[in-house]
Design a protein around this ligand. Sequence first.
Ligand SMILES: *Cc1c(COP(=O)(O)O)cnc(C)c1O
Length: 419
Amino acid sequence: MFDERIMGLMEEAEALAEDRLKQIDRIVDRNQWKVIRAFQQHKVSDFHFAGSTGYGYNDRGREVLDLVYADVFGAEAALVRPHFVSGTHTIGTALFGVLRPGDELLMLTGRPYDTLHKVIGEPGDGKGSLRDWGVGYREVALLEDGSPDYEAIASAIAPSTRVVGIQRSRGYSWRPSLTVDQIGQLTRFVKEIKPDVIVFVDNCYGEFTELKEPTEAGVDLMAGSLIKNPGGGLAPTGGYIAGRRELVELASYRLTAPGLGGEVGAMLDTLRPMFQGFFLAPHLVGQAVKGAVFAAAVFERLGFVTHPQWNDSRTDLIQAIRFTAADHLIAFVQGIQQAAAVDSHVVPEPWDMPGYEHPVIMAAGTFVQGGSLELSADAPIREPYTAYMQGGLTYSHCKLAVMTAVRNMADRGLVEWLL
Ligand SMILES: *Cc1c(COP(=O)(O)O)cnc(C)c1O
């Protein structure tokens, strides 16, 4: 399948990263046990998997799913629903749920993920964005080294600052992801300045990469997507919000309607894959993180700059690899696609994706459309030509994909063999 140079590279990368790969297994064990314990405590049973229809009143499966999520995330309450169409919708629902006209949202981690720019919006944009509704917005840039700028944060917090936002994952930017410890520290810091401020975390891509989640470190509210980590590859759609009970309730009124909240909403046939996916999530996240470590080790060996580096500790799934030209980027992403089980025959090309400001090329041969706990790679076509790879339901698939990408690049004369 691969020539000796490529096989040699694979063996070398795995030998190099052996200890790191074992550490990941230990995190998987702890998180797997934590999830199973929550299932046991709430006596999850077969009848919880039968989904409701219509209004979805008295859907015990839905209630238990919320309780299991809340327990695992160390939160008072959770709202886990297929009615969230994406991570952006989930995050938007949480923010609209707790912010009121005259309040301000202050992002503590610089420019947020691309798709949130339009949720924040502009005053008078007529789209019903946060700012269109009279919610103020400011952001504090991260320091050069990617850590929060405590001094600037202290002076930015104003009487109207109702919510401070933290993005755990790097998203499409070249910065370290924040660890849960860092998030906890930042939370304590802002609460000392303004005890009633709501600390919100965009937890996308973070779940189960560490032993704790942000809500276990003092965060008030967090949100994430079910077609990323916690859906375990099986949830067909959806999102979750978890945190303090009163805040989760406010978000539920925004998802449905005031007075209805989380008491309605037919789960249809989504409960079994949501429960089973959550059960599988710690293991699958481990497979994906191993794939990311492997990719970093391989591309570092080939002389490319990676972020994080193979040996760095990780708090999300994303592996950024910096190339020097759009050619590299396209050859890499197309190589990832060639190794997929689904749609391997499709050749991805850059396109203007809704919600994104630059053309994006995406490799996504997935069972769930856009599911990015499944192996996928995206790259906005803009300098400095960085590809972001994430996911992988099996580590073996990740290895196949990385080696296919390397072969693809080598075939186009884009690899300088340093071996
Ligand atoms: C994926 C992601 C989002 C948005 O989720 P979509 O499902 O793409 O709408 C927001 N923030 C971060 C950090 C993400 O990774």
